[in-house]
Each structure stands twice: as C-alpha cells, then as structure tokens.
Design a protein around this ligand. Structure first.
Ligand code: FES
Ligand SMILES: [Fe+2]
Length: 337
C-alpha cells in the first residue's frame, strides 16, 4: 500500500490532542496532506494547507492573529476559509491578490482534534467518536508507531499475540482457557464479542478488574478501535484508540481511557494504571517496528492466516479500497486464550 485510496480523504482522522496545542499553530501530516492547525483566539479550530501562496513558507511556523493564521515570512494572513485577509505594507487602497490557501474541516471531540483531508465526505467523525462521553475520560496519550496503519490496528485488536508480547501483563502462557469470539459486521465496521467462563490470566486484570459481563472490541472506519469491558456492578472501562497514518510506515495513535460507574479519579488512573499501560504500548511498538523492518527487508508479501486472525480482512480491505468488504456478516470462532 503506497498510494492512499482517494475515498480515505472523505473521512475524519485524529491529528492532535487538544491539550498539546497552545498559542502557536502546529504542523500536521496525514495521507499525503500537510496542514497547519491552530486554535484561534475565540477557541475555534482552523486547518489550512501548510504552504503560503506568496513564497511557500510554512504557515505552521507562523502565528495566530485573532481568528487568522499569519505567515512567518511577510505576514500575509488567512482566515478559517483560507481567504487572504491582509498583506502587511500594502497601501490600504491597493487590492489584495486573488489567492488563498486550501482550508480543511476540523473539529474537537473527546479532547482530540479531527480533520477531514478531503473537500467532501462524512459530515462528522465516526459513531464511536461521536458517542464518547468526555466526562468519563481519565487518561489520554499519543504514540507514534513505526508501523503501517493496518498492521498497527490488527495488533491492537488481536488477543492471540498477548501471551508472547505482553507475557504476564495481559495474559500468560500455560493458563489458557476456551473463548468464543463472535464477529459481527455493521455499517461502520464490525464488533467482536468475546465470551469465556474463566477470568483473564494477566496482572492488569488481577489489579484493576473483576468478573467481566461484557468484553467487546469495535472497529469503526477509518481508524477507530474501542475495547469495551463491562462488570457485574454496572461499571465499565473503555479504551478508545484512533489510528492515523502519517506515511505508509508511520502511524499515530491517539488513546483515551474512559471509566464509568466506579471510583477512579483521573490522578489515580494515571498513577496506578498509567505505567503498566505504557509498558504494554512499548511492547507493542517494539514488535510492530520489528515487523515493519522485516517487511522492508524482504519486500511485501501476503501473510498466512488461521481462523484466529479475525479482524485483518475487513481492516485491510477498507484501507486498500476505501470501503468495507461486501458479504462480511457474522462468524463464530473458538479460540484458546
Ligand atoms: S511567504 Fe508567506 S507572506 Fe511571504
Ligand atoms: Fe499488544
């Protein structure tokens, strides 16, 4: 996958954590598009192509001027629609040149800034993002993976690697139990429900969880994953992970942890669960980089799969063809985890 399917530009992609953007614009790249993203004085989001039409200086190196971004070189300024508003030094009666910059749709949801790189397409981010309850968010972070977006998403949804990449932390070998996974396609992607009579074998489960009444993984196009855990006392923990390709070999992940219905202030989640979750992410980042390096060393090749590899086909199809596969309805898979 070297060229991006044009349909991917019609979707909303996560590009930044809102808290990381203060007074200055930032440079953002995704799917071959480069833009300058800024928060205006009124708190609106402005996303413009990162190239001034005057002498091609990057607007992301400029500054926010009220509701506009001004260029760092000669100070031309542009509003949220990309219209040229001022050329410093030009006499008042002189007409401005009829140029502007391309503007992109941008919005904030659940502490993350979303951009649609195409002029047309979806009117808002996917349903997983729209339904996220920001009041239950306890932790969020951003990680850059040296990995293709499909490999990275498969990793996050795949339970079978956990015994080897996260031994003891997520699951442990020698303590496997039967699990039934039910894959169901839907309009936005799919969900996988996991059912088992045995508790999960890793440290994270023993420290922070109790008997699960629900374990469900969701995928929503283009790049959102939700891992959802429900408990007998009605509480719920969800991990939302949003994947955005910078290049075919680099992917940004924006993660949010939500906790509902149990005592879990943000500081406690950060202090207690934060270091262990960070360790899990580092372990995944390491294996994904080894995989990417080896793909480069040997060249592309289709992998062999078994029934355990439930999620790859739909995600790969979407990122290759810009649409979910037809006739992908339901599968029940028995596995030992
Ligand atoms: S390059 Fe932007 S104002 Fe000159
Ligand atoms: Fe993992």
């Amino acid at each position: 996958m070297t060229d991006w399917h044009p349909a991917l530009h019609g979707h909303w992609h996560a590009v930044a954590l809102a808290r990381d953007i203060a007074r200055r614009p930032v440079a953002v790249s995704l799917l071959g598009v480069h833009l300058a993203l800024a928060r205006t004085d009124a708190g609106e989001w402005i996303a413009l192509e990162d190239r001034c039409p005057h002498r091609q200086a990057p607007l992301s190196a400029g500054c926010v001027d009220g509701e506009k971004i001004s260029c760092p070189y000669h100070g031309w300024s542009f509003d949220h629609s990309g219209r040229l508003c001022a050329v410093p030094g030009l006499p008042d009666e002189a007409a401005l040149p009829k140029v502007g910059v391309r503007a992109f749709a941008a919005c904030e949801r659940d502490g993350i800034i979303w951009v649609r790189p195409g002029d047309a397409g979806e009117v808002q981010p996917n349903a997983l993002v729209e339904l996220a309850d920001a009041s239950t968010r306890r932790l969020s972070w951003r990680t850059r993976l040296q990995a293709n977006v499909v490999d990275a998403m498969e990793n996050m949804l795949d339970p079978v690697h956990t015994h080897f990449v996260h031994p003891g932390l997520v699951r442990r070998e020698g303590r496997r139990a039967s699990v039934t996974a039910t894959y169901t396609a839907n309009r936005d992607g799919f969900q996988v429900d996991f059912e088992s009579d045995a508790p999960q074998s890793g440290l994270l489960y023993r420290l922070f969880e109790s008997r699960r009444t629900l374990e469900r993984a969701h995928f929503a196009t283009p790049g959102s994953i939700r891992l959802e855990y429900g408990y007998a006392n009605g509480s719920r923990i969800t991990f939302d992970l949003h994947f955005t390709p910078i290049t075919t070999e680099e992917t940004d992940v924006f993660a949010c942890v939500h906790v509902a219905g149990r005592w879990a202030p943000a500081w406690a989640v950060r202090l207690l669960a934060g270091p262990l979750l960070r360790r899990v992410v580092e372990q995944d980042a390491r294996i994904l980089k080894l995989q990417a390096d080896n793909r480069r060393r040997f060249g592309p090749r289709q992998g062999a799969s078994t029934s355990l590899d439930i999620v790859r086909p739909a995600i790969e199809h979407f990122w290759s063809f810009g649409a979910l596969p037809d006739g992908d309805e339901q599968r029940v898979v028995e596995m030992r985890l």
